[in-house]
Design a protein around this ligand. Structure first.
Ligand SMILES: [Zn+2]
Length: 396
């Protein structure tokens, strides 16, 4: 493997010879393009090589016919600080996940912090601290959007205004704290939304001792922006309730790895029947009791494509453009103006699938050949995926 592992984000980078360009946009998942131009960390051109300005290029990446997709977004993680998780006492889990093609992680609450404060001043302080820490430090280059307070009974609108003014833009999973009633949660969601803070709600049975059941009536009354782990985390609501959530809510339908796989598959099928697949987003809900899953998002993609019989290029949108749209991110799509967060994929060696999309549809996870964040190469051949048949090359 030649070339730098990191280059100045301000330099122009050109990617050529892309065999398959996946946009992340569910309305048009495959682009007729083989070239991407990146300047100052953003995509400035996508098209055919002959139509792109390749002059003054600093770094050239020959994709060697592999697939280029937007970097994957994990809509549901529980980070603490740095690249350490006390849940499984593991170092380097975020770097490991980068090797699974993930370039952005969204915190659903820093709930695993030992001794996590639950008083209102303390929970606000923790959220602001986590937001600051992950803004100042990206483990392995991964964008971790954190500082997601677990709301507690007694919070008033001024608390949400204070959090928003301090830079907090997310709520942790509603239901992990003392706010478990629909009306109370709904009022806080309204306050949060008024101040520009996104919300997500725990759906289903208790996750770990101390959490509780959130059923469909509470989810509908709370009306959070994202129906967090609609397939449970781990314990799912009955399928009839999940269907009702898909049908009666217009919010995001988040399917997670650490959930009920059967209900996850059925949810994806039902969302397509309802013609609202653009609402489906993917997360891991890791680290969790079942461990750290560096390939969790890739595994979700292969699971849903194969078991729900959904074209792989569509399922990849669930983990990229759909999440970016619902979460208002500037990544998640291969389009001019977007952050150059990108992953090179190819069919895993020896997969029965003849190409990348068929291999995923047959249930195999792909191999990751390279990952860029803001146009900077953060890893080359993944240390965690099965080997990609072909990997891109960095030309000096
Ligand atoms: Zn949860």
């Amino acid at each position: 493997m030649s070339g730098p592992t990191e280059q100045a984000a301000s330099r122009k980078t050109v990617i050529t010879n892309v065999g398959l360009m996946l946009s992340g946009d569910i309305t048009r998942p495959i682009l007729e393009a083989d070239t991407v131009v990146i300047e100052a960390g953003r995509i400035t051109a996508v098209g055919r090589e002959a139509d792109c300005d390749l002059a003054m290029t600093g770094v050239r990446i020959d994709a060697r016919g592999t697939t280029l997709a937007p970097g994957l977004i994990d809509s549901h993680v529980h980070p603490v600080f740095g690249d350490w998780t006390p849940r499984q006492n593991q170092l380097g889990w975020i770097e490991s996940t980068l090797n699974g093609g993930v370039t952005t992680m969204i915190s659903a609450g820093e709930v695993h912090l030992p001794g996590r404060p639950k008083d209102i001043v303390g929970l606000k302080a923790l959220a602001i601290t986590a937001q600051r820490c992950f803004t100042n430090f990206r483990p392995a280059g991964v964008k971790v959007l954190a500082g997601a307070p677990i709301i507690e009974t007694g919070m008033v609108e001024a608390d949400f205004a204070e959090l928003a003014a301090a830079g907090v833009s997310l709520l942790g999973e509603i239901g992990l704290g003392s706010v478990k009633a629909g009306a109370e949660a709904g009022q806080m969601v309204v306050w949060a939304r008024k101040h520009g803070i996104q919300s997500t709600i725990h759906t289903g049975g208790p996750s770990i001792p101390g959490s509780g059941l959130i059923d469909k009536d509470v989810v509908l009354e709370a009306d959070a922006d994202i129906i967090g782990h609609i397939n449970g985390g781990h314990t799912s609501l009955p399928y009839g309730q999940v269907c009702e959530l898909c049908e009666r809510s217009r919010r995001g339908l988040e399917i997670v790895h650490n959930g009920n796989e059967r209900i996850g598959i059925l949810t994806a099928i039902h969302a397509r029947e309802l013609k609202c697949a653009e609402r489906v987003i993917l997360g891991t809900d890791g680290p969790a009791g079942s461990g750290v899953q560096p390939l969790g998002i890739l595994r979700m993609i292969a699971l849903l494509s194969s078991m729900a019989d959904i074209p792989a290029e569509e399922v990849i949108c669930y983990a990229t453009g759909n999440t970016a749209r619902m979460r208002q991110l500037d990544s998640g799509m291969i389009a001019v103006g977007r952050a150059a967060d990108l992953v090179f994929l190819d069919r895993a060696e020896a997969s029965a699938g003849k190409d990348l999309l068929e291999s995923i549809h047959l249930g195999d996870i792909p191999g990751v050949g390279m990952v860029l964040v803001d146009g900077v190469i953060r890893c080359q051949r993944s240390r965690n995926t099965p080997p990609a048949t072909q990997v891109p090359a960095v030309l000096a």
